[in-house]
Design a protein around this ligand. Sequence first.
Ligand code: MC0
Length: 152
Amino acid sequence: MSNAPDRAAPVPAATRLDHVGIACRDLDASIEFYRSTYGFEVEHEEVNEEQGVREAMLRVNGADDGGATYLQLLEPTRPDSPVARFLERNGEGVHHIAFGTGDVAGLAAGVGGRGVRVLDAEPRRGTAGSRIVFLHPKDCGGVLTELVQSAH
Ligand code: MC0
């Protein structure tokens, strides 16, 4: 067996699904839908002005140690934001998926080295103090993809 590095695997790796981001027009109504339909509760809410969103994280499963999986509900705060443009074009629905990693800058560099357009030159501030980088959907099979390193 060869000791050569595995060229098929990015190093460092993405290790879990952190969240699914869902674009909505009315955050409170969307929270109520997921609470009453599935029993998911809001763990965290904030406004991220840089990203132009008001957002809520609803825990689906896992422990609060950076290992949990969430639904992230996103309501735009301004008409020129990515989520507002998405809603205008597509209506409400799944906006992005986010993979968790212990090294977001390293993973972004590895993925970028494979020809995927990395949309953030440096990690930006994500929900609850996390560090995030987005990848272009056209290089990810049509899926806007976020890499996230939890603050935990
Ligand atoms: C656009 N496209 C998408 C898409 N948004 N495809 C899949 N999923 C999406 N969400 C497609 C368009 O349909 C178009 O395809 C092509 O990508 C280029 O779009 P565009 O006309 O350039 O549209 P823009 O100007 O809206 O830019 C799209 C882009 C942008 C992904 C580059 O939205 C962006 O930089 N997003 C990253 C930041 C972000 O989304 N922030 C909000 C969540 P055609 O075939 O028509 O050419 S913030 C967040 O989630 C934070 C709080 C967190 O998790 O902690």
